[in-house]
Design a protein around this ligand. Structure first.
Ligand code: SF4
Length: 372
């Protein structure tokens, strides 16, 4: 299969099943680069660390010193003191977090600076400051704790740090919400409305105390009373990769499989989550599959590269994606730009967060790391 077909296969959403793994299809050029990257890694030893997110393709993860979700990788970044250079095979906000948590002597590189995250970009600092002020006009001194998902810009994390809030991931959002209610009256959560609603539902917060703030409408589209009576104020953002899953797809599973378990990431909408047998972060999904038995059928609702890798690793289970949903932003990291980065460490690929933003964002990230 040639390169062109390889890409075509990756973005062909017409079929749900797969019988071959696209990441097995490797051009000779890519193989050559893979081997050169491995050799260069050996030469650099512990001066270099490559962090690879679970949503990267198999060969990129094979080159990673650590593979994990954003929470695991941010913990690794905070503990690696020897590495002078950190290459983040992920998206922009992850490299920013690594820069915030690493020491000043370390440099963080993103192999493709265009690898952003549309969901993170759905909350700009300017919009957040506007909403924060507008929301407070409805209140009489009640305290709001701003919580941002890891998948947000450094500026938004800094806003949370400066206002007594925290960062959370899909693994610990419930614990961070619980903490927030011990120090404040309300939570304002950015940018992912689904993770926010799923977390609030898990904690038993009634629907009428969850308010979706719509920036395009006056007062977010709510009355003063709505805001005053709310416990959780949600930003109207989402991850398009997880938005592709529908209730219809879940209902169709019954026709295809006799006995199966559906596991989904909490970035999926609450109506999908309500139908799932297991809900959790990428780490949870990996652990779930690991703990399953040969012959089990597991349908997974998250980014396709992780599903492919799990299906390949656990060939004695029947692992299928709820739908082939690829994150095109993670996909911007490839063998070519990883090779260029490890060979030349181009300055334009260094991700640097300004000092003031870093200090405040670190407060919010440290608060998250305290929760383990
Ligand atoms: S999967 Fe969604 S949240 Fe994660 S990087 Fe891609 S767009 Fe952003």
């Amino acid at each position: 299969m040639d390169k062109q077909k390889y890409y075509k296969f990756e973005i062909d959403y017409n079929t749900n099943h797969f019988n071959e793994f696209p990441h097995d299809i490797f051009t000779n050029e890519e193989k050559d680069l893979y081997l050169k990257i491995k050799k260069r890694k050996e030469e650099l030893g512990d001066k270099l660390v490559i962090l690879a997110h679970h949503y990267q393709s198999k060969w990129i993860t094979e080159l990673g010193d650590f593979v994990g979700d954003s929470f695991q990788l941010s913990k690794e970044a905070s503990m690696m003191k020897n590495a002078e250079k950190i290459i983040f095979a992920g998206v922009h906000f992850m490299a920013e977090s690594a820069d915030i948590l690493s020491s000043d002597k370390q440099k963080v590189y993103l192999p493709n600076i265009k690898a952003g995250c549309p969901m993170a970009d759905m909350t700009s600092l300017q919009d957040l400051e506007f909403a924060w002020e507008e929301i407070h006009k409805n209140l009489n001194g009640e305290k709001i704790i701003p919580i941002t998902y890891m998948n947000s810009t450094a500026e938004v994390k800094a806003f949370c740090g400066a206002h007594g809030g925290a960062v959370c991931t899909s693994s610990n959002a419930d614990k961070i919400f619980e903490w927030a209610f011990t120090v404040g009256d309300k939570v304002m959560f950015m940018p992912d409305k689904n993770l926010g609603m799923n977390t609030a539902n898990k904690l038993g917060i009634p629907k009428n105390e969850q308010v979706l703030y719509d920036l395009s409408k006056e007062n977010g589209g709510h009355t003063k009373e709505d805001i005053k009576n709310s416990k959780v104020i949600l930003w109207n953002g989402y991850c398009h990769v997880h938005k592709f899953f529908s209730v219809e797809m879940v209902k169709n599973l019954k026709e295809k499989y006799d006995d199966y378990k559906l596991i989904v990431h909490p970035e999926a909408s609450p109506d999908i989550v309500a139908l799932a047998d297991g809900i959790g972060s990428t780490k949870y999904i990996v652990d779930y599959v690991k703990a399953s038995k040969p012959g089990d059928t597991i349908i997974i609702g998250t980014e396709i590269n992780l599903v492919y890798r799990l299906a390949e690793e656990y060939k004695d289970r029947n692992i299928f994606p709820l739908r082939k949903s690829l994150c095109p932003n993670m996909y911007r990291i490839n063998m070519v730009n990883l090779y260029e980065t490890i060979m030349d460490f181009p300055e334009e690929r260094v991700i640097t967060v300004g000092d003031k933003t870093k200090a405040n964002a670190k407060k919010a990230l440290d608060r998250m790391l305290e929760f383990g």
